[in-house]
Design a protein around this ligand. Structure first.
Ligand SMILES: [Zn+2]
Length: 390
């Protein structure tokens, strides 16, 4: 069965169906409910007013990746006189475009920032172990980022952490916009780290010094008391593409990738996006491209008929280059990479290729009625281990 509004399959990851409609579309319909919009806006204004009355130098802390959504979040806050501290936890996957987008963000909005880089050899070993044990390369970053951000907020007496998009709400419709969602240890466990605790992850076979273990821990409740963590998309009319387009006028740079027509998606993090998305295709059978096509059907950027046809056959549009991740990031030899592809990426190895059979960008260009993306840039480097903030 497929959703009668966006065409997404019932087999899609994390979705529930209500009759013929998927939960993401039910959540999307709430965006047009004026009563919900009004109540949410009022709630958010009161929430920030209360927070500002308790804060010191900074009213809130904003973790950034950094993507176009971060520009929207910072713009929203600054234009309301709310003073954010911007925090980048370095996942070491950023390329030159990613670092430009970070430096440009803090410059354009003239906000203070912290860039935290975990110990690189330890982080590299965690990514290697995460790939081996969990079939994912993002576990260490997710765990480190959430723990670090909450500790920093508490340490600096910042009462609120502000996130932009809430993926379980936007893409899976797991909650209603009438709900008040707050990020917690349970939330991180349930929605960010796939139910894997640091203890389970570290278990056996991770060659890490004990002192590096603490990076992965989420602080105890007593250590985060007084800090609330909210998602703006829970409260605001949320149009990801429209908002992202606004970031272009502030100097945000999009990245050109073969397997996506949305140059905003993980712009500045191509090595991560390619490997992560390939692992996603392997584990749940669905690339990010699938969610983008369904999202744009929901927003009426093409017809259900056109979107459904694309959803039914996306494989010709996909190609993944994972050489740089293995050889340069992990320091694995060609034979090691070949072994991994043969033994761990069986079923998706045909997608590891220089170019896709069909060009998604050309296809979309002739169909898309939404705002046009042009001027996507090719990254000069696949990733940059570290760049000092300006
Ligand atoms: Zn739907």
């Amino acid at each position: 069965m497929n959703c009668s509004s966006c065409g997404i399959s019932v087999a899609s990851f994390g979705l529930t169906f209500f009759d013929s409609k998927c939960s993401a579309c039910v959540s999307f319909d709430e965006l047009r409910d004026h009563e919900i919009a009004l109540k949410n806006e009022r709630y958010l204004n009161d929430f920030f007013d209360r927070a500002s009355s308790k804060s010191g130098t900074y009213d809130c802390l904003v973790p950034v990746r950094p993507d176009a959504e971060d520009y929207f979040v910072v713009n929203y806050l600054v234009s309301r006189g709310i003073n954010p501290l911007v925090v980048l936890v370095n996942n070491f996957f950023l390329n030159d475009i990613g670092w430009h987008n970070f430096h440009n963000l803090i410059t354009v909005y003239d906000v203070d920032s912290v860039a935290y880089s975990p110990n690189y050899p330890a982080y590299q070993e965690m990514v290697r172990a995460s790939l081996r044990k969990l079939g994912s390369i993002y576990y260490p970053y997710k765990a480190i980022q959430h723990g670090y951000v909450m500790r920093l907020a508490r340490e600096k007496s910042i009462p609120v952490v502000v996130w932009g998009q809430c993926q379980p709400l936007e893409f899976s419709g797991k909650f209603s916009r009438r709900d008040r969602l707050f990020l917690s240890q349970w939330w991180v466990h349930e929605h960010e780290t796939n139910g894997v605790t640091p203890e389970q992850f570290l278990g056996t076979g991770v060659q890490l010094n004990k002192r590096d273990h603490s990076m992965l821990q989420y602080p105890r409740i007593s250590e985060t008391r007084g800090v609330k963590s909210v998602f703006l998309s829970n409260f605001l009319p949320w149009d990801q593409v429209g908002q992202n387009m606004d970031a272009l006028s502030k100097g945000f740079v999009t990245e050109s990738l073969d397997n996506s027509y949305d140059g905003f998606e993980n712009s500045g993090s191509s090595v991560y996006y390619q490997m992560h998305d390939l692992l996603r295709v392997k584990s749940v059978g669905i690339p990010k491209l699938y969610e983008h096509v369904a999202r744009d059907t929901r927003f009426g950027r093409w017809s259900l008929d056109v979107g459904s046809k694309m959803l039914a056959n996306l494989q010709p549009y996909l190609s993944y280059n994972i050489d740089s991740f293995f050889k340069d990031f992990l320091g694995v030899t060609s034979s090691g990479l070949n072994w991994f592809v043969k033994n761990q990426l069986d079923g998706v190895s045909h997608l590891i290729r220089a170019h896709p059979e069909k060009n998604i960008r050309e296809e979309v260009e002739s169909l898309y009625t939404g705002p046009r993306l042009s001027g996507d840039v090719d990254a000069k480097h696949q990733f940059v281990k570290f760049m000092k903030g300006i």
